[in-house]
Design a protein around this ligand. Structure first.
Ligand code: AMP
Length: 396
């Protein structure tokens, strides 16, 4: 799927009221303190641009899962407070989403001013993409900007429905996501290497299938690899695998062969006799893991092969850890991949979720070309699916 959508830089925003859908779904502690502000920082370039161009800015977002009811535990007020500090401009907080307070605040909003509506998921109409709710949101503004890549795979009122009523463009965050990932998929610098890991083949079926038409090499690690090793007749001990996906794994192995794609599965693993952080790590061959042992990470020989392939790559897409990286003893494979990707000269794209968290935690974030801000959305993008929150925007 390639998109050629207008962005805020392609339209006149001077003096206009602009409704911006952001992804302010930040993690918070029990005192509602924001514990990771990556998503706030990601939204700043679009807000700052609109502010510099004298727009009146109406921000909106969801936070958590309030299930369609007002619940102040999920209020965006802490986000407004932190954004005010980050921007150095007051972000006025509305007490509701489309009610009298939001109405009054947005009516009175002047160019250069910023307000934030309450959590759009306080209304069940949001996730139902209710047209009347979308129309009410749209009535506050002259222009709609979607910059919430994390929810771009959802057709909700604030992520897609509102585009039926207003000129609709993307912000800089979505623009970067679709240009970097779109280019990698449509015109990659080769060799193009995909690295897929994580718990389940079933979560990434569409991604494996789509990437096998595009990449030169696919590396499969994590628990996913054991379903493939089973498909090749190996014994995996008590490793996690999916019996009902073995046939699918066989089809993907055949597809890789017929497309001339090199598929790399772990040669060796780090296994243990039980699933615990203090379990003793034992190096084993992948195809003959003994009964009673479970593979929890890729092994040292595999790390060597993978590091070399990454070193020679032109484009890398990585989604999912190579093992149970939450346990230090089984994090080496994921660390080796993160380090190799950081050191390579390739265009490197890290899917959201665990691989993004691993890269951030290791301090490699600024060595990557792009870390996607949406786990689910980036997977659907890599799968070649249409993202409703982007498809609804105006073409260039
Ligand atoms: P995903 O959300 O599909 O990317 O999966 C990430 C999860 O997969 C992490 O919590 C890892 O601990 C888990 N994982 C990776 N490799 C293994 C493995 N060999 N056995 C069990 N869990 C694994």
């Amino acid at each position: 799927m390639t998109y050629n959508k207008k962005s805020i830089a392609d339209i006149d925003v001077q003096g206009k009221k602009v409704l911006v859908r952001c992804d302010f779904n930040v993690p918070q502690d029990e005192n509602l303190q924001i514990t990771d502000e990556t998503r706030l920082l990601g939204a700043l370039p679009t807000i700052q641009y609109l502010h510099q161009h004298n727009a009146a800015i109406i921000l909106c977002s969801h936070l958590g899962r309030p299930k369609g009811e007002f619940n102040m535990k999920y209020s965006l007020a802490p986000v407004a407070a932190r954004l005010s500090q980050l921007l150095g401009v007051e972000v006025k907080m509305a007490k509701d989403v489309v009610g009298p307070d939001a109405q009054a605040l947005t009516n009175a909003l002047k160019p250069g001013e910023i307000c934030l509506l309450e959590n759009v998921r306080f209304h069940k109409e949001e996730e139902k993409n209710d047209p009347e709710f979308a129309k009410k949101l749209a009535s506050f503004a002259d222009i709609y900007v979607n910059d919430a890549f994390g929810t771009a795979h959802r057709a909700h009122a604030s992520t897609a429905g509102v585009a039926d009523y207003l000129p609709a463009v993307c912000g800089f965050l979505i623009e970067k996501e679709i240009s970097v990932m779109g280019k990698a998929l449509s015109d990659p610098k080769r060799p193009f290497v995909a690295i897929l890991g994580g718990a389940k083949v079933s979560d990434k079926i569409g991604v494996i299938n789509n990437l096998l038409d595009k990449v030169d090499t696919i590396i499969i690690g994590g628990a996913m690899a054991y379903t493939f090793i089973k498909a090749l007749g190996g014994s995996v001990g008590t490793s996690k695998y999916e019996e009902d996906k073995i046939d699918y794994a066989k089809q993907m192995i055949d597809k890789a062969c017929s497309n001339g794609v090199r598929m790399i599965l772990p040669k060796d693993n780090i296994a243990a006799d039980h699933f615990a952080p203090d379990a003793t790590p034992i190096v084993t061959e992948s195809y003959c893991i003994a009964d009673g042992l479970m593979g929890l990470d890729i092994g040292p020989k595999t790390c060597e092969v993978v590091t070399k392939v990454i070193h020679d790559a032109g484009t890398i897409v990585w989604n999912g850890p190579m093992g149970v990286f939450e346990f230090d003893a089984f994090a080496k494979g994921t660390l080796a991949v993160a380090k190799a990707v950081a050191e390579s000269n390739a265009i490197s794209i890290i899917g959201g979720g665990d691989s993004a968290a691993a890269v951030e935690k290791l301090g490699y974030a600024d060595k990557m070309t792009h870390i996607s801000t949406g786990g689910g959305a980036s997977l659907e993008f890599l799968e070649g699916l249409e993202l409703p929150g982007i498809a609804c925007l105006n073409d260039k």
